[in-house]
Design a protein around this ligand. Structure first.
Ligand SMILES: [Zn+2]
Ligand SMILES: [Zn+2]
Length: 266
């Protein structure tokens, strides 16, 4: 089994230099994961599908959705790709490798769990800072232009915020110097997680129904639809940071009222 995986890895990566894998291929993996996971919720909203699972009654116009997608492509090419290129030497220095052997699955899982916890911690404090008056007005309000989020709006942000989010995302891998495979698995999972959180839909099969401490779409949708000084729910993935620091109180109250009334009124 291990040797079959090794051969598959060799077949996929053998034609690229490590620099190409860390930059161009990583960029393409990110784009593929992002647009494939983000497109369904955009189409659901566009065609009114699964309306009973939509968190907000409001919908974005197609012009507003297209504007988001075009800017994302521009930012991805002009901000994300250069970041990948310029940060490669640092990753290399910290031990990033694409050579065989592949890491044991226990190493992959423990590193990815660590990345999620670290990213969530950094994101919480950075995001809280972004909700202070000056930073909100000049930087973070761009991300909040979409008060009714949809999956692809997750990465729609001011370039300065993209830099900060990029830092939170790569901090774990930068510290641990992982195998390229682990880096790709982390990027795909993180993208799918943030796209789901912004999807605007809460399904019976949404991960927050099964994973303890996981925030998901309900948790982050509230953050987008409430006034920026009152929104709370600053963490990216989990709910415990907001619980620990008391920034989820309004959300909990609103949810309790909603459950008491037995209907979705928000
Ligand atoms: Zn925010
Ligand atoms: Zn958001």
């Amino acid at each position: 089994m291990a040797s079959a995986l090794d051969s598959a890895w060799q077949a996929v990566t053998g034609n690229f230099s490590e620099f190409q894998l860390a930059t161009l291929v990583t960029f393409l993996i990110h784009e593929t994961a992002f647009f494939l996971s983000g497109l369904p919720s955009l189409l659901f909203e566009r065609f009114g599908l699964f309306a009973k699972y939509k968190i907000q009654k409001k919908s974005n116009t197609s012009a507003y959705q297209i504007r988001c997608v075009l800017r994302l492509i521009l930012y991805h090419v002009c901000v994300n790709l250069p970041i990948m290129i310029f940060s490669y030497p640092a990753f290399k220095f910290m031990g990033l490798r694409s050579s065989l052997p592949l890491p044991h699955w226990t190493v992959v899982v423990s590193q990815v769990v660590f990345y999620f916890l670290l990213e969530d911690f950094i994101f919480y404090w950075g995001h809280r800072a972004l909700h202070t008056k000056w930073l909100y007005k000049h930087v973070h309000s761009v991300h909040h232009e979409y008060a009714t989020p949809f999956g692809l709006a997750s990465e729609y942000a001011h370039p300065a915020e993209i830099l900060f989010l990029g830092f939170a995302t790569v901090a774990g891998p930068a510290i641990t110097g992982p195998h390229m495979l682990t880096l790709w698995i982390w990027i795909v999972l993180r993208v799918v997680e943030t796209v789901e959180a912004h999807s605007g839909y809460h399904f019976p099969w949404s991960p927050s129904n099964f994973l303890p401490l996981y925030g998901g779409s309900e948790f982050h949708d509230y953050h987008h639809r409430v006034l920026y000084t009152k929104s709370g729910n600053y963490a990216s993935t989990f709910v415990y940071m907001d619980w620990l620091f008391g920034t989820d109180k309004d959300y909990r109250k609103a949810k309790a009222v909603e459950e008491k009334e037995g209907k979705k009124k928000l």
